[in-house]
Design a binder for this molecule. Structure first.
Ligand code: ZN
Length: 224
């Protein structure tokens, strides 16, 4: 049995189209060295949006402006495109019964609050409510730490890190394995080098299965 599992949509429960967006997001970065980019899977739902940046249009900004924005939010560094503040969204085209966990792509999971109550004995990372139109029950999105790293073999290709902004372009392969686990015993987390991937411990996966939670699929990760 593996220690860690990649979590994704199970695609067999009731189907739906989920569109979720944050109150605000960091603009993309226009790096003088490596060009224009934005990251996926970085969420800081715990950060408030300062009034001074709320109106900035989401067009890519140069590195100095990016760092100034991060500093204004009280952070030394935030990835371009990081989602900031509370989430809201809508569920459309529902067919069948909505599952306990909804996904936007395989990157943004929303957990039904009743599932979290069942899991409350586990030391889970903080969760933040997400207001969904036309859905009675509250769903919440986890604020997951980016804390474990993949092995080199997990990537089909990878480029050197940009000296100026720290970007490290890489393409994931089909079989993923961890080379370094989470820095503390997080039951759920994201990966430093593949931020949109959501990983759970064996204990959390086992608890989700024991409660019959729907809307989630788990694939064992290797460990090198
Ligand atoms: Zn760069």
């Amino acid at each position: 049995m593996s220690d860690f599992y990649l979590l994704t949509d199970d695609l067999t429960s009731g189907r739906y189209d989920l569109t979720v967006s944050p109150a605000w997001r960091m603009p993309g970065l226009q790096c003088a060295s490596c060009g224009r980019w934005t990251a996926n899977g970085h969420l800081r739902l715990d950060l408030p949006v300062p009034d001074s940046v709320r109106e900035i249009r989401p067009v890519p900004v140069p590195l100095d402006q990016h760092l100034a924005l991060a500093s204004e939010l009280g952070e030394a560094r935030l990835s371009p495109g990081t989602w900031i503040g509370p989430l809201s969204g809508k569920v459309e085209n529902v067919s069948g019964v909505l599952p306990d966990i909804l996904w936007q792509g395989n990157a943004i999971p929303l957990f039904k609050t009743s599932v979290l109550r069942n899991l409350s004995k586990l030391d889970l990372p903080p969760f933040y409510g997400c207001a969904l139109d036309d859905v009675d029950e509250l769903y919440e999105c986890p604020q997951l730490p980016h804390t474990a790293e993949l092995s080199d073999q997990s990537f089909e290709s990878a480029e050197p890190e940009c000296d100026a902004c720290g970007r490290k372009p890489a393409v994931l392969g089909k079989a993923l394995s961890l080379v370094r686990g989470p820095e503390k015993a997080w039951p759920m987390f994201r990966l430093k080098d593949a931020p949109s991937q959501v990983v759970a411990s064996a204990a959390l996966v086992s608890a989700l299965k024991s409660f019959g939670v729907t809307g989630i699929s788990s694939v064992a990760l290797g460990y090198e």
